[in-house]
Design a protein around this ligand. Structure first.
Ligand SMILES: Nc1ncnc2c1ncn2[C@@H]1O[C@H](COP(=O)(O)OP(=O)(O)OP(=O)(O)O)[C@@H](O)[C@H]1O
Ligand SMILES: [Mg+2]
Length: 270
């Protein structure tokens, strides 16, 4: 069957409302979500947010404001105390434990501490991500070198994590998260252990991934990165969303206001 034909059938079905239009749905929705941990800590409070397909957004705020909690709610590592999280329109509360691997298959995750397997080389670390989702050997042989080229690590394929710099290790982690081309990529403080130059490289990589169509959410408290990339910024303070701004800066204080004005001036001069 031709792609054109399949697409026409899908469109007709959508028009008849047999199947939901996945493209029109937000990829991630928080609907009045609160999370109170066992000890009574209110980590997020009445958060309502929606992320469209192809968005690039930062979640910022001081330590303990609830950034990682938001990430963990999205992969159903934890459950909200109140409210609902939906992924591609599907409520996670109605997703059984058994179905969680299907959810995770569609979400790439990058952490601050890379979480690589120390006794596997670069190739195997990335291949592992495909192996666990049941990819065929042929698929793995084709995709791993391709993604390692994309992240600029083709020459380090056989090296072990302890033979790599922090930036290189994080690129392996990004490769592993993206090798299956998930529609959603989460990065929790991906540059937390890196110097500014290397951080920019990692952020550029995430940005390229986003430009290829993947929705990317980055939790960070690195103002330099946020201010450079100028994408949507969601600011949390003690679990509450206190700002949701397109093309935002890290903070809305005087110095950054000044910075914004200077940037605008520079743009006009160009
Ligand atoms: N497993 C847990 N049990 C109890 N309280 C927790 C747990 N995890 C996080 N918290 C609390 O919830 C709040 C939010 O934590 P969270 O890890 O989401 O913050 P964060 O914004 O990611 O911080 P950081 O910038 O330091 O990573 C904090 O007050 C924290 O102490
Ligand atoms: Mg955190």
């Amino acid at each position: 069957m031709s792609t054109e034909h399949t697409e026409r059938l899908a469109r007709q079905a959508r028009e008849r409302k047999d199947v939901p239009d996945d493209n029109a749905r937000p990829v991630v929705e928080f609907d009045h979500v609160s999370k109170i941990y066992g000890g009574g800590a209110v980590a997020v409070e009445d958060v309502s947010l929606s992320f469209k397909r192809g968005e690039f957004a930062f979640i910022v705020g001081p330590t303990g404001c609830g950034k990682s909690t938001c990430m963990r709610l999205i992969i159903k590592e934890i459950e909200p105390t109140e409210g609902e999280v939906r992924i591609a329109g599907r409520s996670l509360s109605s997703l059984s434990r058994r179905k969680i691997p299907y959810l995770r298959r569609n979400i790439g995750v990058v952490f601050q501490d890379y979480k690589l397997l120390p006794n596997r080389n670069v190739y195997d670390n990335v291949a592992y991500g495909l192996h666990v989702i049941g990819a065929s050997r042929a698929d793995i042989r084709r995709k791993v070198p391709e993604i390692l080229r994309l992240v600029g690590l083709a020459s380090k394929t056989r090296n072990y994590p302890d033979e790599l710099s922090g930036g290189e290790q994080q690129r392996v982690a990004v490769a592993r998260a993206f090798v299956n081309h998930p529609p959603l990529l989460l990065a929790d403080e991906p540059t937390g252990n890196l110097d500014p130059g290397t951080s920019i490289d990692i952020m550029r990589l995430l940005y390229r991934i986003n430009r290829a169509g993947t929705t990317v959410l980055v939790a960070t408290h690195d103002p330099g990165l946020v201010n450079k990339i100028r994408r949507r910024v969601i600011e949390l303070e003690r679990g509450l969303v206190i700002r949701d701004q397109q093309k935002g800066l890290y903070a809305v204080d005087e110095s950054t206001q000044e910075f914004a004005t200077r940037l605008r001036e520079e743009e006009q001069e160009e």
